[in-house]
Design a protein around this ligand. Structure first.
Ligand SMILES: Cc1cc2nc3c(=O)[nH]c(=O)nc-3n(C[C@H](O)[C@H](O)[C@H](O)COP(=O)(O)OP(=O)(O)OC[C@H]3O[C@@H](n4cnc5c(N)ncnc54)[C@H](O)[C@@H]3O)c2cc1C
Length: 321
């Protein structure tokens, strides 16, 4: 199928882009196009105007500080995954990004686009929710911050308004007393997961002081649960998983039944809590610098059939939306 007709705007600057969005209620932002273009082709979305932000200046440099990682709108998933500075400050980003689709898709897909797209099966919304990050959005009326717990309104629905551009996302740094872990189950590597979980565990010595687990592909929105863990023995972990399940409402679909999702959530909860605890303990003694061992691509490059070329169409795709 081909997309329904639309007007195409390639703005000269942010203000021009914002004016184009404000001028048409049916307008949509085009970023990496890895979610929007398939939706257009299947006519599941029919925007009247596409505002292509790919030419906007100063929206691709990732800023890493002791406070966290600020990812601007045009930073590609592959670039964030490849950054050792990002993984040092917030390792959960790299751990999760390694599971987002395939290398070719990550070369074009943006971190911010994934957040605005708000797919409950996607990894990055779960990461932002678990870390308590936020999205910064701009419109002709000014800018505002949307905290993660106000961002995800429903399946494929964020609270970013039609006339707003998300200019950056902020992921808080990992604390000195914290550890993280991520795990998911998909039928094939690169597929959306049937169930995924991330954990953030805070310790004091060998004691757990706080622990949260966040889930993707379980409920309609990424869901964070404070699992009230104080011990990482097998019984305590199993009890934490039951507590989490009491707060979840697993949905069934063609990929997995609700019961199977609940089973996976239980298994993954135990796994990520244990790993996040070990990570926190290892960091406390300075033993865990880079969870991906310095490799930009966790598959050692094998996943990229194009041998690392950033854009398989050499940029031509942008002029043929
Ligand atoms: C085969 C395939 C497999 C995939 N597997 C996974 C997976 O396993 N996990 C996963 O998380 N994702 C997966 N994806 C999706 C991929 O990560 C997308 O890149 C991502 O969801 C959207 O980012 P994008 O930059 O491509 O956004 P686009 O497709 O350009 O836009 C997506 C939506 O967000 C809006 N938008 C984008 N950027 C902005 C902005 N700055 N301001 C306001 N609105 C904006 C657009 O208007 C649109 O509604 C897959 C995609 C494909 C094609």
């Amino acid at each position: 199928m081909k997309p329904a007709p639309f007007a195409f705007v390639r703005p000269q600057g942010l203000q021009h882009a914002l004016e184009a969005l404000a001028a048409d209620e049916g307008a949509k932002v085009l970023a990496g196009g890895q979610s929007l273009v398939p939706l257009l082709n299947m006519r599941l979305a029919a925007p009247t105007t596409l505002v292509d932000i790919n030419g906007l200046p100063a929206l691709d440099e990732v800023l890493v500080s002791d406070e966290g990682v600020e990812v601007p709108a045009l930073a590609r998933q592959a670039d964030v995954l490849a950054s050792t500075a990002v993984r040092r400050v917030q390792p959960l980003l790299g751990l999760a990004l390694a599971h987002v689709a395939h290398a070719t898709i990550r070369n074009r897909g943006t971190v911010v686009g994934s957040l605005v797209h708000a797919d409950a099966a996607a990894e990055l919304p779960m990461v932002l929710a678990l870390l308590g990050g936020h999205l910064r959005v701009a419109s002709t009326a000014g800018t505002r911050e949307i905290p993660a717990d106000e961002l995800f309104a429903g399946p494929l629905e964020s609270t970013v308004r039609h006339d707003e551009i998300a200019v950056s996302a902020f992921f808080p740094a990992l604390g000195a007393d914290e550890g993280v872990a991520f795990a998911e189950l998909a039928r094939r590597h690169g597929d959306y997961a049937m169930c995924g979980a991330g954990a953030l565990v805070r310790v004091e010595g060998d004691r757990v002081t706080r622990a949260w687990v966040a889930y993707l592909s379980v409920c309609d929105v990424p869901t964070v649960v404070d699992v009230e863990l104080d011990d990482v023995g097998a019984e305590a972990l199993a009890a934490a998983a039951e507590r989490a399940l009491g707060r979840l409402d697993p949905v069934g679909d063609v990929h997995a039944s609700a019961d199977y999702r609940a089973h996976l959530a239980r298994v993954l909860t135990v796994r990520v809590l244990r790993e996040a605890y070990d990570d926190a303990r290892a960091r406390a003694v300075g033993g865990r610098a880079d969870p991906l061992g310095g490799r930009a691509d966790p598959l050692g490059g094998r996943a990229d059939p194009l041998g690392g070329r950033a854009d398989p169409l050499g940029g031509r795709a942008e002029s043929r939306p």
